[in-house]
Design a protein around this ligand. Structure first.
Ligand SMILES: [Zn+2]
Length: 115
């Protein structure tokens, strides 16, 4: 294991994933531990662009990585921007449906009815 102290956060290339009502950023090759990690990006029904959730994150590394290295975390960057754009276009209708489902759930909650 490399025990060298890292004091700044390395970049982690992330790939956008679509899963039910949320966007996820998958890190296939963590710069700290070389393992795979997944981070929540955004709920579809919020309609927020998933790229807004890129940036610094606490590493999801397991205990094989020293606390010092885990502590610096990493900076999520869009590693496959063309795929990201295609995926967002591909799932635009799903995002709209998720917004509608969410609005229906919220209305039912406000009326005290189980959705
Ligand atoms: Zn890791």
């Amino acid at each position: 294991m490399d025990t060298a102290r890292i004091t700044s956060s390395p970049e982690a290339r992330a790939r956008l994933i679509f899963s039910r009502d949320i966007w996820l950023w998958g890190v296939p090759n963590c710069p700290l531990c070389s393992e795979k990690h997944t981070h929540g990006a955004e709920f579809h029904w919020r309609g927020t662009h998933p790229r807004k959730s890129l940036g610094h994150r606490v590493g999801h590394c397991d205990s094989s990585v020293s606390v010092e290295r885990q502590g610096v975390g990493y900076v999520l960057v869009d590693g496959w921007p063309e795929e990201t754009d295609k995926l967002i276009v591909k799932h635009a209708a799903d995002v709209e449906r998720a917004k509608v489902r969410h609005a229906i759930r919220e209305r039912a909650k406000a009326q005290g009815v189980a959705a």
